[in-house]
Design a protein around this ligand. Structure first.
Ligand code: COA
Length: 146
């Protein structure tokens, strides 16, 4: 297992892998419209891809907001590789990256079906559930202040 990252399009091949996997999961599997997956935040985001035997198996992106907040999104593990701890490995990578780079907090908009996944990593819900792209979501966060 290897976790690689690309700040914006610095590593174009990695970004292609990231977008391919996002499309597989969010567009083909979950049915979100194809044209909402890639957006303006991708140009400056940190793209993280986890490779198993050199094949992309999991993906996420980090968007850096003012006030020290890292907004994590597009978290997806290839269907055949779920439940093996790969999602947790990627989230731990982000937590370490955030702490090392003096970020204060990680936040994300969680699909309601993924709440337990993020809770198992120490994230807490904030506020009420809301609709995003036709699916219930809730904001969740993890403080990096020790
Ligand atoms: N419901 C409840 N618990 C879950 C869960 C779920 N859907 N998915 C994972 N968990 C728990 C695991 O049991 C494990 O708990 P443990 O630490 O007590 O053993 C922990 O979360 C880590 O699981 P892991 O194997 O690392 O999760 P994963 O690699 O399967 O990744 C997702 C989780 C949600 C990223 C993956 O299921 C996925 O890609 N889903 C489709 C896309 C999606 O919904 N993304 C989230 C967008 S907000």
């Amino acid at each position: 297992m290897e976790i690689k990252h690309s700040l914006g399009h610095a590593n174009p091949a990695l970004v292609v892998d990231a977008f391919d996997l996002r499309q597989q999961v969010f567009t083909q599997e979950q049915g979100f419209p194809a044209d909402i997956d890639v957006d303006e935040y991708d140009d400056a985001a940190l793209h993280v891809v986890l490779y198993l035997n050199q094949q992309p198996a999991a993906v996420l992106r980090c968007v850096f907001l003012d006030d020290g907040l890292i907004k994590v999104g597009r978290v997806a593990v290839q269907k055949t590789h779920r439940g093996k701890g790969l999602g947790r490995e990627m989230m731990k990578f982000v937590q370490q990256y955030g702490a090392e780079n003096q970020h204060q907090k990680i936040g994300l908009s969680a699909q309601y079906t993924a709440i337990a996944f993020y809770q198992s990593l120490g994230y807490q819900t904030e506020g009420e559930m809301y609709d995003e792209d036709g699916m219930d979501h809730i904001f969740m966060s993890l403080s990096l202040n020790r």
